[in-house]
Design a protein around this ligand. Structure first.
Ligand SMILES: [Zn+2]
Ligand SMILES: [Zn+2]
Length: 184
């Protein structure tokens, strides 16, 4: 897979690392960590790793931006994306306790690196808002004539306007598009 080509970009060398707090900064090209071309800015990661002899606790914040189509007016716009996550690395599964699988990873005591790539990639995808609006008060498209009402007003009657129906159609179209992309 092409996506794994530059996997070492988001790796922290833990072999020989002293106990205590260590800070890191990474800047990765989105395509190098398996993100689509709609992510337009380098993925900036600030990470703090607190290491002890039995475990390591990582806190990471992720920032980038992407181009998305507005849910209401379909215009493309740039959205700043920010997220953060924490991860506990333990050396054997007895340390797992009752923690959520998403919060803890078991690593080999002889591991040279921990790889943040997949967690950062997922965090970036999760930071995309469910509702994508070019601006909070976007007026959307006229459901009758398709005019972008942010740009000009049309002569259509407001009475027949049903923005919800329009939006549902767009979501269905989007889903069809995505599922056809998913096919090999
Ligand atoms: Zn809009
Ligand atoms: Zn209209």
């Amino acid at each position: 897979m092409v996506r794994s080509q530059h996997r070492d970009l988001l790796k922290i060398r833990i072999s020989g690392l002293s106990n205590g707090l260590h800070e890191y900064h990474f800047s990765s090209d989105p395509s190098d960590i398996g993100l689509g071309s709609n992510f337009t800015a380098p993925v900036e990661v600030n990470a703090a790793l607190d290491k002890s002899s039995r475990q390591m606790y990582l806190k990471a914040s992720v920032q980038t931006s992407g181009l998305f189509a507005c849910d209401r007016c379909v215009e493309e716009f740039e959205q700043l994306l920010e997220g953060s996550y924490s991860m506990l690395y333990v050396y054997n599964e007895y340390e797992l306790g009752n923690r959520e699988p998403a919060e803890v990873q078991v690593i080999n005591p002889d591991a040279v690196y921990i790889d943040l790539t997949e967690d950062v990639r997922q965090m970036t995808l999760l930071s995309v808002p469910l509702k994508l609006l070019c601006k909070e008060d976007c007026k959307g498209l006229c459901p009758q004539c398709g005019t972008n009402k942010n740009i000009r007003t049309c002569a259509c009657s407001e009475d027949h306007a049903d923005p919800h129906r329009e939006r549902d159609i767009r979501i269905i179209e989007q889903m069809n598009k995505e599922s056809s992309h998913a096919k090999p």
